[in-house]
Design a protein around this ligand. Structure first.
Ligand code: TYD
Length: 137
């Protein structure tokens, strides 16, 4: 079975001498329907967020402000995205291990998801994640 892969999504950017505006909307810029939006902010230096995967949840992550690294593992390899533009998003399909680290001061990570919150959807054990991924290979 072909598993979906993460990829970068460049969002619209409306340039204006009054400042820039970016946006995304259902069925046009992202490959899922948004059910929930949350954001991560005031992260103390050196802290790591995430370090889990989701069975069903897919996401778009954007560095609305500042910068951080998004480190993804698909069960075989790790790939790192350094996010520092408020018009660049990374689409993360279900069943990708992901962590966010190296947050700059005042960084703001916006996460849009295709599910409402469900703790049962989390895989918080990396070995369990690898085992589930390998079942699908
Ligand atoms: P968690 O997803 O583990 O944080 P991160 O992956 O960024 O390190 O969530 C932290 C806590 O917040 C956890 O107790 C679940 C809760 N939470 C909600 O109640 N609703 C939500 O939409 C999210 C994302 C988390």
């Amino acid at each position: 079975m072909q598993m979906p892969e993460p990829y970068i999504i460049e969002l619209p950017k409306i340039l204006d001498e009054r400042g820039n505006l970016s946006f995304f909307q259902n069925e046009q810029h992202i490959p899922f329907k948004i059910q929930r939006v949350y954001w991560i902010y005031d992260v103390p230096g050196g802290e790591v967020r995430g370090s889990h995967a989701f069975k069903q949840q897919a996401e778009l992550i954007v560095a609305l402000s500042g910068s951080f690294d998004l480190v993804l593992h698909d069960g075989k390899k790790e790939i790192k995205y350094s996010l520092n533009r408020s018009y660049m998003g990374v689409y993360i399909p279900q069943m990708i291990w992901r962590r966010l680290e190296n947050f700059s001061t005042n960084s703001l990570a916006l996460v849009s998801a295709n599910t409402v919150f469900d703790e049962q959807d989390y895989i918080r054990d990396f070995n369990e994640f690898l085992a589930l991924k390998n079942e699908h290979l």
